[in-house]
Design a protein around this ligand. Sequence first.
Ligand code: APR
Length: 237
Amino acid sequence: MKKKKITVLTGAGVSAESGISTFRDSNGLWENYRVEDVASIEGWYRNPAVVLDFYNQRRRQLKDAQPNAAHRAIASLEQDYDVTVVTQNVDNLHERAGSTKIIHLHGELTKVRPEDRCNERDGFSEAEVFDIGYDDISLGDLAPDGAQLRPHIVWFGEAVPKIEQAIDAVSRADILLIVGTSLQVYPAAGLYRYAGYDTPIYIIDPKDVPVNDRRIVHIREVATKGMEIFKNILKSE
Ligand code: APR
């Protein structure tokens, strides 16, 4: 029998219990760094060394982080459902927890590419993207074509090439689950609107969420506890 489709939209909150800072909580990344300096294309042009250092620090932190029970619970849904994870996160914790179908809307921390590739000119080809694991990259680390290597991250001011795939995954879902995102950054924040007219939407977040929609059930818990509740809801269906 064909498995029901669950699409899981995740944000930084799903990795919070793995010790990875979120962006907009108290003492979050954006309290300690100016977004425009470290996560925008203008910041890259202005001072690439500052940007490289910001991502080097996050890559080193990721090396010691482990997937938490929420990542594992999301991966375990694949036993009974056709699951697509659409994540805003650049960490690799969904992969390491065992999820097999993941769309990284905002890029991947362990990957780099020549700074003149994977953009509008080459149709966002990922042919030149490669994985460096948890190593640093510095100014002067060049790609074979001689271009400076840059993080394979979608910065503010850049296109989100995988948004069409994400829309498709949300529009085809039988159930939409949203875990740990403040729903502040578009186009990701608008994805839930593509869910079907009668598609149930569950949001796991310990805080209020800025959306008001009759299809939404808000599970006001942290991700690990919220996933236990969500899986019990599925069992009772
Ligand atoms: N479990 C579940 N949710 C949590 C937890 C937790 N333990 N801790 C915090 N949260 C929730 C917060 O309440 C908030 O709603 O996770 C959300 C984190 O929101 P943000 O810090 O804004 O992170 P996110 O929504 O992923 O940001 C989106 O913004 O800066 C860009 O590119 C960056 O991908 C990021 C995007």
